[in-house]
Ligand binder design. Structure first.
Ligand SMILES: *Cc1c(COP(=O)(O)O)cnc(C)c1O
Length: 354
């Protein structure tokens, strides 16, 4: 830390992104990226956009916003595009939380929620997941704060039904409920249709996982016109050109190639079930994931040890030191070939540990 760093940030513990080591070529199963390249339509649209990078991007990403609104049957004013969904979440913490309106979220969830709360000096309440890592819906009725729920949750992959979310939204009429649907396309049930019914629901999604555009940084929020207006007030106070031309074009291309997205998601779902069955044969226990990752532990092997031994063998998965989940690892579902390599490596590791 330099002597110039603002005192109010001196004790901040920033978010730790998944590691991207360059010492060798790894099978990367640690950041929930898609193993598939972007859609051809995304690639060609972005390539065209590069040619006019001398001009600022459209601050509204109008074409893309219209496309997304039409896709979900919403109005233009219900949608806001952002620089990754991390940005819409940041806008939401900024717009809808303060010292009298704490953030409320599970104890085990996306690591950015507590980081944003600390950064913005917002009080927050962490509600423990049940023993089996599912959310107890009753804990979120009358939450007395802004609720943030990742659905499916990360890193557990456990999903709520739309009716559970409806109950939470209805039981918090004077607070905003944010549903982070980063992983919704891998078998969960989206609550975007509820946006037309409730003025206090914000649904966020990303192009990083199901749409193969993690490096483009594109996310979005869908909500009542009032909430989107508030989020726009924050956006235009921070970064009006938040989505660059190439990314906006790539997003439009991806939305125009929904068949490709759907096909890839079905592949990942099948591969998740295939891998889960194999892991079970090896004695692993796992949550019921509806996401593009598996959350697993082994009764005879330490979580961190598995992670380290896999890394030695050139396979990266995500381990969290957090006490409640330190025996677990989060494994991104990749191609069947990658999963077979994983299963082989794990078989060897378990042999060694015997
Ligand atoms: C990956 C992820 C995001 C953010 O993704 P972006 O790349 O910023 O769009 C948000 N929430 C959860 C739960 C995630 O796992």
């Amino acid at each position: 830390m330099s002597r110039f760093f603002s005192e109010k940030y001196s004790s901040l513990v920033p978010y730790t992104p998944g590691e991207q080591p360059k010492d060798m070529k790894y099978i990367k199963l640690n950041t929930n990226e898609s193993p598939f390249p972007p859609s051809e339509k995304a690639i060609s649209a972005a390539s065209e956009a590069i040619k006019i990078l001398n001009l600022y991007s459209d601050p509204e990403s109008r074409m893309l916003t219209e496309k997304v609104a039409a896709y979900y049957g919403l109005d233009y004013e219900n949608v806001l595009m952002t620089n990754g969904s991390d940005e819409i979440l940041y806008f939401a913490f900024t717009a809808f939380c303060d010292k009298n309106t704490p953030a409320v979220f599970p104890d085990i969830t996306y690591g950015f929620y507590p980081v944003y709360s600390e950064f913005l000096n917002i009080p927050y309440r962490e509600i423990p997941l049940k023993e089996d890592f599912t959310i107890n819906v009753n804990d979120y009725l009358n939450a007395n704060g802004t609720v943030f729920i990742a659905n499916p949750n990360a890193p557990t992959g456990e999903a709520l039904f739309v009716n559970d979310i409806r109950r939470i939204v209805e039981a918090n009429p004077d607070n905003v409920v944010v549903i982070d649907e980063a992983y919704i396309d891998f078998g969960g049930e989206s609550c975007v249709p509820l946006v037309k019914e409730y003025d206090n629901l914000l649904v966020t999604q990303t192009f990083s996982k199901s749409r193969s555009l993690a490096g483009a940084r594109l996310g979005m929020g869908m909500a009542s016109k009032g909430l989107i207006q508030d989020l726009n007030t924050v956006k235009y106070s921070v970064n009006p050109y938040n989505v660059n031309r190439m990314t906006s074009a790539a997003g439009y291309g991806a939305m125009s190639d929904d068949e490709y997205t759907k096909k890839n998601c079905r592949y990942i779902e099948e591969c998740r079930e295939y891998t889960s069955a194999k892991l079970k044969e090896l004695g692993f226990e796992m949550t019921d994931s509806k996401a593009n990752f598996i959350f697993a532990k082994h009764p005879r092997a330490d979580g961190k040890e598995i992670y380290l031994k896999l890394k030695e063998k050139g396979i990266l998965i995500r381990h969290f030191d957090k006490e409640r989940i330190c025996q677990y690892n989060r494994i991104t579902v990749g191609t069947k070939e990658q999963m077979d390599a994983l299963i082989n490596a794990l078989t060897g590791i378990l042999e060694e540990l015997k």
